[in-house]
Design a protein around this ligand. Structure first.
Ligand code: OGA
Ligand code: MN
Length: 282
């Protein structure tokens, strides 16, 4: 049962909801928090417009959901709040980007439970939307034979796949990369993940960090991975958000993937916090 003050409006029946009536400059009471958490579980992505909050207030919100992750190994950070990652593009070609489908930090043993993005600077002239895809709806849409095939499979996820080249070319080069690889060795995760709170199953592979499906030959594993990723990237399972400054968007990183569009030319800046997650299981 909703607890009074917030209004949860689904964006479509598959993924996404807008929450009105929240002001995160003030602490949420228990009932409101319970409703927000339930909205996240039900809709996987929640858009909370008009949040005039500082990085410290974004952290307070994030900490209601759990412990926050240590600073990101590659992206920039807010100096006085290093757990707040800065996702920033200034229009230059070599800025790090997020325009390939991914689930955040699946190269960790315990990938983030949720990510929370707060819009700071939006590109002049438009563009820079973000899209999310449910990973549960496509799993449920697979034919039973394919679901059975992948049911017990695992996959290897690797930090190096996405960040290796960039870190190698950046400050510290090979030494930083070597240290990162020791800190973040490849991880094995199930291909089908059971959601720890709802019990609903979903795919758990993505193009950015999933290196291969384990236990298959080279050709098979590439084709199967590509098939699952492509299947889950179908617009049927998606929502798209066109940002307004001060929007806060939170997603359940255990059951979604996302992609930022890079169809803009000027400065765009977001603050991101990731909440620690559990180890994925089948
Ligand atoms: C992220 C990310 C998308 C965006 O912060 O994890 O992928 O639209 N960002 O900036
Ligand atoms: Mn991301």
């Amino acid at each position: 049962m909703p607890h009074a003050n917030i209004d949860v409006r689904p964006i479509n029946p598959t993924i996404g909801a807008v929450i009105e009536g929240l002001d995160l400059t003030r602490e949420m009471d228990e009932g409101t928090y319970a409703d927000v958490r339930q909205a996240l579980l039900d809709h996987l992505v929640i858009v909370i417009p008009e949040q005039h909050i500082t990085p410290a207030q974004q952290l307070t919100f994030a900490r209601r959901f759990g412990e926050v992750e240590p600073p990101h190994p590659v992206f920039g950070r807010v100096p006085e709040q290093p757990e707040v990652t800065v996702i920033e593009q200034d229009g230059s070609a070599d800025a790090p980007y997020n325009d390939i489908w991914h689930t955040d930090v699946t190269f960790r043993e315990k990938p983030a439970m949720a990510s929370i993005l707060h819009a700071q600077v939006l590109p002049v002239g438009g563009g820079g939307d973000t899209l999310w895809s449910s990973l549960q709806a496509p799993y449920e849409a697979l034919s039973p034979k394919i679901r059975e095939l992948i049911e017990d499979m695992t996959a290897t996820h690797d930090y190096y796949m996405s960040f290796g080249e960039m870190v190698l070319a950046g400050p510290g080069g090979i030494e930083k990369l070597a240290a990162d690889i020791i800190d973040l060795p490849p991880q094995t995760h199930p291909v089908v993940r059971t959601h720890p709170e709802t019990g609903r199953k979903g795919l758990f592979v993505n193009r950015t960090f999933t290196k291969h499906i384990n236990g298959l030959g080279y050709v098979e594993r590439d084709y199967l991975l590509r098939m699952l990723c492509e299947f889950a990237e179908h617009p049927n399972y998606q929502m798209r958000h066109t940002w307004t400054k001060h929007d806060l968007v939170m997603w359940d990183n255990r059951a979604t993937m996302h992609i930022a569009t890079s169809n803009f030319i000027s400065h765009r800046k977001m603050h991101r916090i990731t909440v620690l997650g559990d180890q994925p299981y089948h």
